[in-house]
Design a protein around this ligand. Structure first.
Ligand code: 13P
Ligand code: SF4
Length: 345
């Protein structure tokens, strides 16, 4: 039963004390997040991993790239576990290292040494290492603006991997015109751009989040008609048109904080992952809150971490199941990219 499983988690947590650390991303299910020692967005979880020196076992409740990041930022005697290896991220899967190296070669031909790579933290460790080696940094949705500004202070243009929407929304907020942004198509290994290439400031990798792309302009229009007083707040992984029509946009923690600070009785439509939206609804019975898309589903890969997998993972820590171990040469370069971000945020 659920109660039995919960008791087994409690038992391991009591036995191990501070030898065990369970970070949980805001998109995790309630049945898992209730056991997290710390919850956060991608940035906060990366910062906590970098700070934690005492936990021997880090059981990461989130997706694969987050566990890799935790492994990169912790020391060799700390082991990172992912309770289900199938908990990937469809966005991170939209850029692989071979495609990235192939793209970089072409971009060097086109732009020479005027381009700096940035990668959303939602990417493989190998891509973070590539970015680190080439002078760039990682970004999260909480610090994308700071990091894009930082990068454009160093080089004339950036390659932004792998989320075109976060890249476009961030660049647009910094006043960069849509006519100064090109798309890099990793399948055709070519730029999608019409016009004078020397004007390009931002090259957006053609990737997206399959969860956040499901919020549409129609959802915004329907909400405005049905609930004229409702404020719309969305995550910057949503399409540009949706972000433009929304009242506010920001990372997962920005959304949580905004609703916490909002007046009792205020009304909100939220455009982000459904496990989080449901939790926000439950935490704020004094406010009227709905999902911007009434047919929205949770992130399926985040959902792979469930209570049975958590129990299994906690009870097999002495075995080598599901350990996330990034190779040492990749770790070294990926850390450069992560450290540049952590220093700037
Ligand atoms: P943040 O945690 O930076 O808000 O990113 C959201 C996300 O999609 C994580 O996978
Ligand atoms: Fe990846 Fe989107 Fe799921 Fe986040 S919400 S893990 S970006 S697929």
């Amino acid at each position: 039963t659920r109660e039995e499983l919960e008791n087994r988690v409690i038992e391991v947590k009591q036995q191990l004390g501070s030898r065990l650390f369970i970070p949980g991303h805001h998109y995790q299910k309630d049945e898992v997040i209730q056991f997290a020692d710390a919850t956060g967005d991608s940035l906060k979880l990366a910062q906590l991993s970098a700070e934690n020196k005492e936990a021997e076992f880090i059981v990461f409740c989130g997706v694969h790239f987050m566990a890799e990041t935790a492994d990169i930022l912790t020391s060799d005697n700390q082991k990172v576990f992912l309770p289900d290896m199938r908990a990937g991220c469809s966005m991170a899967d939209m850029a692989d290292i071979q495609q990235t190296e192939r793209a970089w070669e072409k971009l060097q031909e086109l732009f020479g040494d005027t381009i700096l790579p940035l990668t959303y933290i939602n990417s493989t460790a190998a891509i973070k290492a590539f970015v680190g080696e080439n002078g760039g940094a990682t970004v999260t949705s909480s610090n994308a603006e700071t990091m894009v500004k930082w990068a454009l202070g160093i080089k004339e243009r950036i390659l932004f991997l792998p989320d075109q929407h976060l890249g476009r929304n961030t660049a647009a907020d910094l006043g960069i015109g849509l006519d100064e942004m090109a798309i890099w198509n990793p399948i055709s290994n070519a730029l999608e751009f019409e016009g004078d290439v020397s004007k390009i400031k931002v090259i957006l990798w053609k990737g997206h989040c399959s969860v956040h792309e499901n919020f549409t302009v129609q959802n915004v229009a329907d909400t405005r008609v049905q609930y004229p007083d409702m404020k719309i707040i969305v995550h910057p992984e949503c399409r540009r048109e949706v972000v433009e029509l929304a009242d506010m946009a920001g990372s997962t923690s920005y959304i949580i904080k905004t609703i916490e600070k909002a007046e009792p009785g205020s009304a909100w439509a939220i455009g982000t992952e459904m496990n989080l939206v449901k939790r926000i609804i439950n935490d704020h019975p004094d406010k009227q809150i709905i999902s911007l898309n009434p047919h929205m589903c949770p992130c399926l890969t985040m959902n792979r971490i469930d209570l049975p997998h958590l129990v299994w993972s906690l009870e097999t820590l002495e075995e080598t199941n599901n350990i996330i171990k990034v190779e040492s040469d990749i770790t070294e370069n990926a850390k450069l990219a992560l450290d540049r971000m952590l220093k700037n945020s």
